[in-house]
Write a protein that binds this ligand. Structure first.
Ligand code: HEC
Ligand code: HEC
Length: 373
């Protein structure tokens, strides 16, 4: 584990994360939190095209065998269908892979919300973490520079020579293109059941208290009493990966705990009131993103609605909004129909997916040892 080398940089990111979360939370107006279609940002086409190739390129990982798209797969709304993600050889993931659709509009990232600055930082983390792609940024830059296709694409994108800084800008530019479209909710083509479900969502069931705005999230962390995934603690490799992460994040007693502490790592309050708080996820594209929750513990939307309906588990710091909802079986089905109506067209066309072969069959740069960086 490259803990000492990364420690200072990540501590800074966490500090900056807190600041930006506070600012964004204070500035979100009632209008921003109204539900409706997702409006994406302006896109620089040449930069996004470059970012797309990088996103699908396995050479961006240490062993040249893992790309961002290995875990964030387009046909699953950029998730992987697993409860807990895979990871770089020698480790195993301890969280569920989240969708990247609309992620460009989020206020903070990862299930614990530990990065609140920007997607450039999230991209850096995804590339360099040893359980993710385990890439050394200097090696990455050299690899990319060797590929004449990249040399041209970086030029066309206005970045000049390939550099690790521009790689971390181009990937977020591509992520800006992943915006929901065409859901029955947005198109006004919801079934009667889904329409009744929407009324429950905004009324009796109180879901909108946290799942608000066009992405259906308040970008805040809450403790919903989701059960632990026992596999994190019974599979030695997963446990080791979590323990190393927890040690790195300054979690006390990291070898003995059998709980994912969630957002506690950010401010580490002495009363442990942030333990087991996780970010409210988007409810868009759920049709493609099972299993659900930060640890993949729920297989279906009806399981989740049934869980909420009971009022959850009696755990410390359970969010006070988790309470028995008194929904009938039919009401629960209507709520599920509404959730399903928030999924749109799959983003699997060539505008989202790099379909060409990424060839490594090019001549080595002559005298490369002498070429200045
Ligand atoms: C080995 C699987 C894997 C790979 C490879 C991977 N990711 Fe992820 N990604 C995850 C998991 C798991 C999480 C959630 C981690 C957490 O919450 O601690 C995540 C979270 C994210 C998030 C935050 C989403 C949110 O809603 O909070 C973004 C953005 C992201 N990844 C982008 C990328 C990019 C860009 C790459 C390539 C540079 C990449 N990922 C490579 C598994 C992966
Ligand atoms: C107090 C805030 C809050 C309320 C109220 C709330 N949720 Fe959630 N919801 C969350 C959080 C936080 C999570 C993630 C929990 C985790 O991963 O441990 C979540 C997760 C989910 C998920 C899983 C999504 C995914 O991609 O994993 C669904 C579906 C969901 N909620 C639907 C609902 C519905 C339906 C209601 C109303 C009955 C509701 N929620 C009420 C905060 C809330």
């Amino acid at each position: 584990m490259k803990i000492s080398r990364l420690k200072s940089g990540t501590a800074l990111t966490v500090g900056a994360a807190l600041m930006s979360v506070t600012v964004l939370a204070a500035s979100a107006s009632a209008e921003d939190m109204a539900i409706g279609p997702v409006v994406g940002p302006e896109i620089n086409a040449a930069k996004a095209e470059l970012g797309k190739r990088l996103f699908f390129d396995k050479r961006l990982s240490g062993d040249a065998a893992v790309s961002c798209s290995s875990c964030h797969q387009p046909d699953k709304a950029f998730t992987d269908g697993l409860a807990l993600s895979k990871a770089y050889p020698g480790s195993k993931g301890f969280r569920n892979t989240p969708t990247l659709v609309n992620t460009t509009l989020a206020a903070n990232w990862f299930h614990d919300g530990r990065i609140g600055t920007n997607l450039n930082d999230v991209t850096r983390e995804s590339l360099t973490e040893d359980y993710s792609m385990n890439m050394d940024m200097r090696l990455m830059q050299e690899r990319v520079k060797q590929d004449p296709v990249y040399v041209e694409m970086f030029k066309a994108a206005g970045y000049g020579e390939p550099s690790n800084g521009s790689i971390r800008k181009a990937i977020p530019e591509y992520l800006k293109t992943l915006i929901s479209k065409g859901s029955p909710f947005d198109n006004g083509t919801m079934s009667d059941a889904a329409t009744r479900g929407q009324a429950l969502f905004e009324g009796k069931a109180g879901c909108i208290d946290c799942h608000s705005g066009p992405r259906f999230t308040d970008d805040q962390a809450h403790n919903m009493g989701v059960p632990e995934n026992p596999e994190i603690w019974s599979d030695p490799m997963r446990h080791m990966t979590y323990a190393a992460f927890a040690q790195f994040m300054g979690v006390e007693n990291f070898l003995n705990i059998r709980q994912d502490v969630g957002a506690q790592i950010i401010k580490n309050p002495a009363d442990r009131s942030d333990v087991a708080k996780f970010n409210t996820p988007t409810l868009r594209e759920l049709k493609y993103t099972a299993p659900y929750m930060h640890n993949g513990m729920f297989k279906s939307l009806s399981d989740i609605v049934a869980f909420y309906n009971t009022g959850g588990e009696d755990v410390p710091n359970l969010d006070p909004k988790v309470r028995p909802l008194g929904l009938t079986f039919l009401e629960q089905q209507d709520l599920v129909a509404f959730l399903e109506a928030l999924s749109g067209d799959p983003l699997t066309g060539p505008e989202y997916v790099w379909e060409g072969e990424i060839s490594t069959n090019y001549p080595a740069i002559e005298n490369w040892r002498d070429v200045a960086n």
